[in-house]
Design a protein around this ligand. Structure first.
Ligand code: ZN
Length: 228
């Protein structure tokens, strides 16, 4: 079972069987219906890069949820450990190295074409074989996405479609053709006027490319459950 809840922007809560992850938890983004911190206790909080709209409330959440650990690129994880004065709350890693989370779960930071202050920007694949979720982070289109599709066969891809800072609808549709997930959920659009790509444009480009995929368009605060 994979449960995906979108808070708007790049912020997600994803449960894969018994483990719960938050990714890029900017829960206070303008689209989000959640005020304050979320209720559900996560096992892991994954942050793809240190821009404020992705680091979001990660540090406050680590303070609230004492068992949760942050997963991120080494320099970002070290920064968070320093803020918390606790090295045990973070798992710093690097791109392409499988991180063993126990019980068959793993996370792999993936390349992202973007910028960041601390360490390299990333995407992330997480879950377990047959139940992987790929969150692309903030990125332009890149061909590594084909390798991610070949190797991890993600069930779900969470892709930015807004344009300007990341892929727009056309690039995201091409990305979907490289990754070949069963489900794709568009994100990182509509938060600010400049990230103006829409799910309708994304679907139109998928049709032009003849990509077979289930497009799940969530409203901020909405959850989608995959049982197969
Ligand atoms: Zn960014």
């Amino acid at each position: 079972m994979i449960k995906v809840k979108w808070f708007g922007h790049a912020a997600f809560q994803v449960s894969i069987d018994s483990k719960t992850f938050y990714v890029d938890p900017w829960i206070s983004n303008p689209l989000s219906p959640v005020k304050g911190l979320p209720e559900a206790e996560p096992d892991y909080i994954i942050v793809t890069h240190d821009h404020g709209d992705h680091l979001g409330e990660a540090i406050e959440m680590l303070k609230k949820f004492s068992k949760a650990k942050l997963i991120g690129i080494y320099e970002l994880a070290s920064y968070v450990a320093e803020v918390l004065q606790d090295q045990t709350r973070v798992i710093g890693a690097n791109i392409g190295g499988p991180i063993d989370l126990g019980e068959g779960y793993k996370a792999i930071l993936t390349p992202a074409f973007h910028s960041s202050g601390r360490g390299a920007p990333t995407g992330v694949v997480f879950g377990k074989p047959g139940k992987f979720v790929y969150h692309a982070g903030d990125t332009g289109l890149h061909y590594e996405m084909k390798l991610i599709g070949d190797l991890y066969k993600p069930t779900v891809a969470l892709l930015p479609i807004g344009g300007h800072f990341t892929m727009g609808p056309e690039e995201a549709a091409y990305a979907t053709s490289l990754i070949r997930p069963k489900y794709v959920i568009p994100m990182h659009y509509g938060t600010f006027p400049v990230i103006k790509g829409t799910p309708e444009e994304f679907k139109e480009h998928l049709r032009k490319l003849n990509v077979e995929v289930n497009v799940i368009v969530l409203k901020a605060g909405e959850e989608y459950v995959i049982t197969d």
